[in-house]
Design a protein. Sequence first.
Lengths: 205, 855
Amino acid sequence: MGSTNSTLLKIPNVEVLMQETGLKLVAEENCLNVSPAHIIRLHDRFKALDKEGRGHLCPHDFGAIKELAMNPIGDRIIGAFFSPGKETVDFHTFVKILAHFRPVDKDRPKEPNSPEPINSRSNKLKFAFQLYDQDKDGKISRDELLQVLRAMLGMQVTDEQLESIADRTIQEADLDRDDTISFEEFRKSLEKINIDHKMSIRFLR
Amino acid sequence: LAFSIHFALLLALIIVFSTSCKAVTLEVGSVEVGYNDSSKSSATEDTSTSINGSTDGHAPSVISTLPIVTWKWHHIETPYLVALWILTCWLCKLVCELNHNVTSVIPESGLLIILGFILGGIIWGADKAQTFKLIPTNFFYYLLPQIILDASYCMPNKLFFSNLGAILIHAIIGTCWNAATVGTALWACYEGGAMGTLNIGPLQFLLFGALISAVDPVAVIAVFEEVHVNEVLYILVFGESLLNDGVTVVLYNVFDAFVSLGGLKINAAEIVKGIVSFFVVAFGGSFLGVVFAILISMLTRVTKNVQVIEAGFIVVLGYLSYLTAEMLSLSAILSITFCGVCCQKYINANMDEKSVTTLRYTLKVMANGSETMIFVFLGVSAIDKNIWVWNTGFILLTIFFVVVFRFIGVFFLNWVLNQSRLIPIDITDQFVMAYGGLRGAVAYGLAALLDEKKIPEKNLMLGTTLIVVYFTVILQGITMKPLVQWLKVKKATHSDLTLNGKMNNRAFEHILTAMEDICGRMGDNWWTRHWSYFEDKYVCRLLMKSDARKHKDPIFGAFHKLNLEDATKYVIEGERKGSLAFIRNYDSASVDFKKKLALEYADFITADVSEYDFGIDNVPVTSVMKNPIPSVSLDIHEQDRKSMPDDLSAHHLLDQHLYKSRRNNCPTYSRSHYNTSENPDEMQEIFQRTMRSRLESFKSAKMGVNPAKKLSKYPKKDSAHKPNGKPADPHRTHPYGDEDFGFSADSASSSEIADHFHGRSTNTPGAGVDNPAFIPEMDISPPMRNPPWQTETGNKTAVAPSQRAQGRLPWMPTNLRHLAPLRMSTHSTDAFVMADASLDEEAPEKKPGTHHTRL
C-alpha cells in the first residue's frame, strides 16, 4: 500500500487531477488506502511513452505507437492532445484528455454547482468535433470534412463520390444553410446516437 | 423456382394422420366446417367417402365400364391434407390479424394457440381421437429450420457479435443452471412427497429439467417483436433464445443417454464424456454452420447467371447445414444459426439487390408460415385425452421452479456480466429478460420425443410441458407489454439513416481504438479492428465478388441508400403533381396556368372531335381528356428570359434522345407514362444516341468551352465511357440538328439534366445560367434557335413529325409559350390533335406549316 501511495505522490498535482477528471471516484470505491489505480496505470503508460524521460510527451512519442500509425485519422487524434502552439503535453493534460472517454457514471450525485464533468456528452462531442475542425474556427467546412472522409474511406471511393458524400453530409446537418457544420449543428445531427456508448472505454471506468 | 423449393420443403410433411380413410375425410370436412361455416362440405365429404370405399386403391381391378371420372382421394391424401392444414393455419393468422383490438392485448402467438384449441376441439368432436398433432420429426425437420434460418439471417450482425459474450454466457451457463436446478428441485420435492407416487428417478427429473429449460426463439420473437424494447435487451433475449436451443438439445441428448444407461453405470468417466460431448456437439455444430456459410458465400460469387434461383441456393444450403449437423449428431440449430449469421453480410453484397429482396421475403414467408403452424398445432395437440395425466403438485411446482430459477439465473449472470460491461444492464432490463423466458415448441418437441419405455411418465411430462408453454406464452405474453410500459423499459429508438451518423460512428471507432492504443490496453475495439483488418484482407477476398467489395463500405452504402430513397421520393412527389415535372418549386404559381391550359385543351379537343370526327381511335384524345393537365413543366410564367438556355437544352436533349419511331402506325403516346423502354430497338437507339452525344460533348468540352467546375466533371465521365461507346466519328453528320451539338455538352443523359434542374431550382436559382456549356453557343449561333424540325424537314419520310411533336411537346415550355396563338388557327389545332392521335398520314404535311406559323 505504501508503495502505491508513494507512487501517487510522485505524480504532480494529483489531487487537482483527480478532482478534475473524476478518476478519483475509483479510489473512493476501492476504499480508503488503496490508490487510484487508473491514475497510476496511466502514469506508468505515460512514463513508458516518454522514452527520454523528459516528463512530457512530444508528437513523435505518439508516432512511435505502431497501431496508431495505422489509424487513418491517427495524426488528428495525436494533434488533439496538443493545445495550439504547444509542442509538448504533460501528464496532467494527458490524463485530462483521456478522461473524456470515461463512461458517464449514473449514480454519481449531482452537485448543483459543480462544473460540467469532463466526460459529459457535450465534452465528448466537442472532442470529436475538434478532430474535424482543424482550423479551429468553430465550423466544419466542406474541405475539412472531405479530408476526414478521404482518410476514412480510403481508395474504394472515387473523388466525385467523395465530394457528393461530403455535400450530402453537410446538407443533412447544415441547418442555417451556410454550407458548414457548426458545433450546435453537429450536436443536433448526432442527437439520436448514444454517444455515451460509442465514446467510452471500458477500463477507464 | 426459389419459391417452389421452399414450398417443397414446407409441403414435404407436416402432420401425421389416421390410417382410416373415413376418419381423415371426416376431419377434413370438420376443419372446413370450423373455418368456412359450411356444413355442406361435410355432407359432401360424407357421401364422398362411400364412393371412396368402392374406388379404393390405385385402379379398380375389375371395371364393367369405362369410368369417366373417379374419386381418387388416396392419391392425393397426404399433400392435400398438408396443404389444407397450411391454409387453415394461415387463415387462423389472418383471423387474428383482422381483430386488431384483440391482438393489442393478447399477443398473436397466444391467440393462435387458443384457435388451435378450438380446432383441436372440432377434430376431437368429429373423430373422438386426436389424429392430428405436432410430431417431433416434422417439427424438427420441416418447421423449425426455416424459422431459425430467417432469424439468424436477419440478425443485426454487429449487435450480435458485440454482445456475443453475454449471449453465450446466458445461453450456456444459464441454460445449464436452469436444467440442473429445476431438475434437482423437482426431484427434491418429489422425495419430500409433494407429488405422490410417481415412477420417476432423479435422472429422469434432470432430463425433464433439460427439456423445459430452453427459452424458445419462436415464442420470444413473436412476443418481443410486438413490444419494441431497446436493441441491447432485444439482442440479449433473442440471441440467448436462439443459442440455448442448441444447448438444450445437447443437454437433452446427454441426459437421455444417461437415462438409457441407467443410474448405476454412470461413473466419473461417463460424466466427463458427457461434458466433452456437450462441447463437441455445440462447437462442432457452430463450426459446421460457419463452414456452410463460407460455402454459400463462395457460391453466390458465381451465381450471377442464374439469378432467378440465386436465393434458392441459400435456402437449400442452409437447410442442408441443418441436416448435415443432424446427421453428424452435432447441434443442428447452432449450425443453421451460425450459417445464417455469418453468411448474411457476404451474400447480401454478392447477390443482386433483387435476389436479396427475394431471399428476405422467401425466408419471411417460410418462417412466418411455419411459426403460425407451430402455434396452432401446439393448441391442437392439447386436445387429447391420452396425454393428460394430471398431477397438480408436479405441474405447479414445475411452473414455480421454471420461473423462479430463471429469475435467479438471469439476475446472477447479469450481475457477473455487469462487473465488466461498459454499459451495465439495467435492473429493469434484467427483469424483462428474466420474464421473457418463454418456453415453446422446442420444449414440446423434445418432450414428445421421449421414449415411453425408458420414461414411464412421459405423458405427465408432455402434459406439464404443454402447461408450462401455455403459461409462459399466453400469460407472460399478455402481461409483457403492460410490464414493459410499467417498468418504463427503454424502448428502441428508431433512428433514421443519416450520413452524419454513419460517418461519425466510423470516426468514433477510430478515436476509441486510438485511445486504447495510447493507453496501451487491448479492449473491444482492438478485437473489432483486427477482425475488420483481417476480414478486409483475406475473408472478403475469398468470399466477395471483387466489385461487391468496393461497395461494401457502410458510409458509401448509406449514401447509396439515401440516394435511392431520394429518387423514390422524387418520383412519388412528381407523380403526385401529375407529372414528373423536372422543375419543382413552381407549383403554386403555375396552378392557374395549368388549369387554364387544361380548360383550353378540353375546349378545343371537344370542338375538334365534333368537327373532324377522326373516328379511328379516340384513345389519345380521351387520354388527354382524362388527364387534362399535361405532363409538362408548364411553368412558363416563372420562366424568365434567363432560363431560356435550359429550355432550349431540354428541347435539344429530347429531340436527340427521344425515340422517333420509323413506323407510322407506332402505338400511342400516353401522357401519364413515359415509356421509352418498351422496345429493345428503341433502347438500342437511345443508347447509341446517348453515346454519340456524350462523345460530342466530350469533344466540345475538350475544345474548351469555358471549362467551369461543373463542366470539368463531365469530360472525365465521358472519357470513361468512350471505349464502350460506338467508335463514332464526331464529324459525321447526323440527320438532325448536328450543328448544335455543343448544346448537349451538359446533357449527356437526361438524368444529369434532371439533376441539374433540380439542383438549380432548390438551391441557387439561376445557377443553371452559369452553365458554360451553352451560354457562349447561344450567342454565337443564332440558327440554334431554329427548332430542329426546320432543319430536318427533308427527313420527314424517315421520322414522323407527329411523333416528334409528341415527344417534344410536353417538355418544352418554349414551345408552349406559343401554344395559345397556335390554337387560334384551325390549321394548327388540327395538326396538334392529330399529333396526339398519332395516326394520320396528313400530319406530316400539315406539321411544318404549323410550326412556321408558330414561329
